[in-house]
Design a protein around this ligand. Structure first.
Ligand code: IMP
Ligand code: MG
Length: 185
């Protein structure tokens, strides 16, 4: 049987570091939202693995809701043209919303989601991203909670995919470039 681990050039963030950092983020969010009952809005599908671990690290009554978006264009690069495939189940008007994202690369996807959610008049809106790439640190939307700053390599695992594969790897790894570089030519 094919071993997905062989497609990974190197492990960037091992599972222990992920769980330790997510525990810290959970404690920070618990303190910041004291007395509130925020709605965690996960961006499908990449944020799912992170979101379920983060939610369990938060000691507050939270609600979970999900949005699915797709960006047009090549699968390793964002175009900023975003389409909503699945909207939230419930209204977020007057609620404290925490958007949970797997990774901010160009920030274009997140920009679209944040603008769209702000139009619905939440009481507050913050962003929590597990990973932020280097190139995302200039302009882009402000990220309130960042798990890890990472280099601009294409990464997979812990929810992140390449062509819908590798989401179930328990760590964040750098995909061997020869597996996708033909597509980028
Ligand atoms: P952005 O619009 O360029 O910020 O891209 C955001 C989305 O692209 C993320 O939610 C991911 O789905 C995907 N993405 C960006 N970089 C990576 C990566 O290194 N691995 C897997 N998916 C990525
Ligand atoms: Mg994604």
């Amino acid at each position: 049987m094919r071993d997905l681990n062989h497609d990974v050039a190197r492990i960037l963030i091992p599972r222990d570091s992920l769980s330790q950092r997510i525990h810290e983020l959970g404690q920070q969010i618990t303190a910041d939202y004291h007395g509130k009952d925020p709605v965690l809005v996960g961006v499908l599908k990449g944020a799912v693995v992170f979101m379920v671990d983060l939610a369990r690290a938060i000691s507050l009554p939270v609600e979970l809701d999900f949005m699915a978006v797709s960006s047009y264009g090549a699968s390793t690069q964002s175009t900023g043209v975003v389409r909503i495939l699945k909207d939230l189940d419930r209204s977020i008007g007057g609620r404290d919303v925490l958007v949970v994202e797997d990774i901010v690369d160009s920030g274009l996807t997140l920009r679209y989601i944040v603008d769209n959610l702000c139009d619905r008049r939440p009481a507050s809106l913050r962003i929590c991203a597990l990973l932020r790439k280097q190139k995302a640190r200039t302009p882009g939307p402000e990220i309130d909670y960042v798990g890890f700053e990472i280099p601009d390599d294409f990464v997979v695992g812990y929810g992140l995919d390449y062509a819908e594969q590798y989401r179930n790897l328990p760590y964040i790894g750098v995909l061997r470039p020869e597996l996708y570089e033909r597509e980028q030519v």
